[in-house]
Ligand binder design. Structure first.
Ligand SMILES: O=C(O)CCC(=O)C(=O)O
Ligand SMILES: [Fe+2]
Length: 350
């Protein structure tokens, strides 16, 4: 099998994505995917003496549970949760629908791509292909948790019901988690304004990483921090997610735990907490043999929300480390450049 002569046309216009490339069964991927040696993931940098905590949420009200969440947000910026209240069947149905979606013939995906308003549904490949010099080995579907009317009109039928069911459960969990995290910042409760700034917009992403013949030389998702307030990530049992270790140099593997969700603090909550909570760098690697999927919910501020350190965290006389920024400006900045570690935060730093 040979590679398509016009790669971007094949990937984007014809909506084959990397799934289409992978299906060609080529022995080597196009050069555009090959990372320079210094940017490649180095297995020698994976440490096993650290791991992110797994927190059991069966007893939400238990002060020990709350304490573990605060500590995880401060120390790790990442934790897994079990007994989170989302039924296993809802999770399994969602994962199956992600596979079904990407297994649709390219012309059906093309039809969806061309007939969906981009503020509701966006099918894409890599991260920001126009801004990247090296492409990422990933296709994704971006589903905005918009009004019921828009969801009904535009979310693809093949995954609509499963996605909506998952989001309805996840929304309850997200509100609870944010309320706990706010308590750790001396905020009594999430009023309407805070809700607008923390969870005013939510996006459900389906990440699809097909098998890659050059798995060691490509990136699934390069090192980055999320710009969300928090991200709720469901990963399958293949594994591929690595989080920056506390030494700032090595990486920690996030092992798939059956039925668990991975929670991470995003830039918005690092900014609002004036660096008390950490938005930690992470990346996803791909593998040779299997398709891996992951399903993040990016819990974002509403586009017009103004983000800055909360008055409650500055009460004790702390100097603000960030200025006030409009979230839509931050969002645009993030997508205007390739994945680049934690550099995005600099946009808001004083
Ligand atoms: O695939 C993963 O495990 C992580 C994906 C991720 O970090 C992202 O989509 O922001
Ligand atoms: Fe991420």
């Amino acid at each position: 099998m040979s590679l398509p002569s016009n790669l971007i046309d094949f990937l984007v216009s014809q909506a084959h994505g990397v799934k289409g490339l992978s299906d060609l069964g080529v022995e080597a991927v196009p050069d555009q995917y090959i990372q320079s040696l210094e940017h490649r993931f180095d297995n020698g940098k994976v440490v096993s003496h650290e791991s992110i905590p797994v927190i059991d949420l069966a007893n939400w009200e238990d002060p020990d549970v709350t304490e573990s969440i605060f500590n995880a947000a401060i120390k790790w910026g990442f934790f897994q949760i079990v007994n989170h209240g989302i039924p296993l069947k809802v999770i399994e149905d969602l994962k199956a629908s992600v596979h079904r979606f990407f297994e649709l013939p390219a012309d059906e995906k093309k039809h969806i791509k061309e007939n969906s308003p981009s503020d509701v549904v966006r099918l894409a490949t890599s991260f920001s292909p126009h801004a990247e010099s090296v492409l990422e080995w990933k296709d994704y579907l971006h589903l905005v948790y918009a009004s019921e009317e828009k969801i009904q009109a535009y979310w693809p039928a093949i995954c609509k019901e499963q996605s909506l069911e998952y989001m309805k459960h996840a929304e309850v969990l997200i509100r609870r988690l944010l309320n706990v995290l706010l308590k750790g910042l001396n905020v009594k409760e999430m009023d309407n304004e805070r809700e607008h700034a923390l969870m005013g917009a939510m996006i459900l992403d389906f990440n699809y990483y097909p098998p890659c013949p050059n798995a060691e030389a490509v990136a699934g998702v390069g090192p980055h921090s999320d710009i969300s307030s928090i991200t709720v990530l469901l990963q399958d049992d293949n594994g591929g997610l690595y989080v920056r270790a506390s030494d700032g140099d090595n990486w920690i593997f996030v092992p798939p735990v059956d039925g668990a969700l991975v929670i991470n603090i995003g830039d918005v909550l690092q900014i609002m907490s004036n660096d008390r909570y950490k938005s930690i760098e992470h990346q996803a690697v791909v593998n040779r043999a299997k398709t891996r999927i992951s399903i993040p919910i990016f819990v974002n501020p509403a586009p017009d929300a103004i983000i800055g350190p909360l008055p409650e965290v500055l009460e004790e006389g702390a100097e603000p480390k960030y200025k006030q920024v409009v979230f839509s400006d931050y969002f645009k900045y993030f997508f205007s450049k390739p994945h680049d570690g934690k550099e995005t935060l600099e946009f808001a730093r004083i």
